[in-house]
Design a protein around this ligand. Structure first.
Ligand SMILES: Nc1nc2c(c(=O)[nH]1)N(C=O)[C@@H](CNc1ccc(C(=O)N[C@@H](CCC(=O)O)C(=O)O)cc1)CN2
Ligand SMILES: Nc1ncnc2c1ncn2[C@@H]1O[C@H](COP(=O)(O)OP(=O)(O)OP(=O)(O)O)[C@@H](O)[C@H]1O
Length: 269
């Protein structure tokens, strides 16, 4: 199969990087993204502008796709034991952070915590989920709804992420039937969802965000659905948002444009 220009440039960059030291440097390629490069260019007419924007967008998406593939490979390569130890460490850090935030902001109340049900080689936050239930918090899980069900103000080209709260007593069942299938796209009227109350973005007090890659400036790369880029602006002000990642997921620079929302913090191990 022919290699795409991105693949070839990727390999050239990898060759160049052999002598580098930090994980972030080793994981980095294409340090200046096309979007960043484009910010100084000007197009002569609106039509050309639109065409140029489309080309830039495609190139940026391609760049993200190549980085996603590379970084998922690095994440998958972390051995199971190390992944478990690091995950426990991250869960403890986030639990401390949430407790401290609660003390400061809503000491008399339980919180609603938006989590994710881990898949593949993601940081395993099941200990954090257990902790949240044990401490009486309301726990909300994401799911995707089919794009043809998107509301008028949502984007129809991509599935939309929504949240439902799962009571502690239903967690086990919900893992089997609902939240354990993070890639499934649901019909919002599906009977399997009915038992679990919808949780609107403005009900979330703390959010734990999965990611594929991040950089020093806390730009985040996910699975390519723009799910969190669309969710983050809909949260209440002051919500405790924490990305979680293994150190191996850090790269030199995540390609981004002004629609990519960087995270306020990333808890890592
Ligand atoms: N555990 C967990 N649950 C989660 C998420 C997550 O990141 N982790 N999500 C967070 O968003 C949502 C699932 N998001 C998804 C977004 C895109 C694709 C997807 O199919 N992506 C394409 C394009 C990839 C590319 O261009 O490289 C693909 O895989 O073919 C899948 C899931 C909801 N639940
Ligand atoms: N706010 C937005 N509205 C519409 N489209 C967007 C938005 N943000 C990004 N996109 C587009 O959606 C596609 C996927 O975005 P991107 O690759 O940044 O997702 P991601 O951050 O990796 O995924 P996720 O947030 O789901 O984990 C890209 O083509 C991107 O341009």
């Amino acid at each position: 199969m022919n290699k795409s220009p991105i693949d070839s440039s990727f390999e050239r960059e990898q060759e160049k990087q052999k002598a580098t030291t930090s994980v972030a440097q080793q994981n980095s390629f294409m340090s200046t993204s096309l979007a960043q490069q484009s910010s100084s260019t000007t197009a002569p007419s609106m039509k050309q502008d639109a065409r140029a924007d489309g080309v830039q967008q495609k190139a940026l998406d391609q760049e993200k796709r190549a980085l996603r593939k590379h970084m998922l490979g690095l994440r998958d390569a972390i051995d199971h034991k190390s992944r478990a130890t690091k995950s426990t460490n991250i869960c403890r850090q986030v639990a401390h952070l949430i407790s401290a935030w609660q003390q400061e902001h809503m000491p008399a109340d339980r919180m609603t915590i938006g989590v994710y049900f881990p898949m593949g080689s993601e940081v395993d936050i099941r200990e954090l989920i257990d902790w949240a239930y044990q401490n009486g918090h309301t726990v909300a899980f994401p799911y995707l709804i089919r794009k043809d069900y998107a509301a008028a103000d949502e984007i129809r080209a991509l599935p939309t992420m929504r949240f439902r709260t799962i009571p502690a007593t239903h967690y086990h069942d919900a893992c089997q039937n609902f939240i354990g299938k993070p890639l499934k796209t649901w019909d919002p009227t599906d009977a399997a969802l009915e038992a679990y109350p919808a949780c609107e973005p403005n009900q979330i007090d703390a959010l734990v965000v999965p990611l594929v890659a991040f950089d020093q400036e806390l730009h985040r790369l996910g699975y390519g659905g723009a799910c969190y880029d669309r969710l983050l602006p809909r949260l209440k002000e002051g919500v405790l948002v924490s990305g979680v990642a293994f150190c191996e997921q850090q790269t030199g620079s995540v390609p981004h444009d002004d629609r990519d929302i960087s995270l306020p913090r990333i808890i890592k191990a």
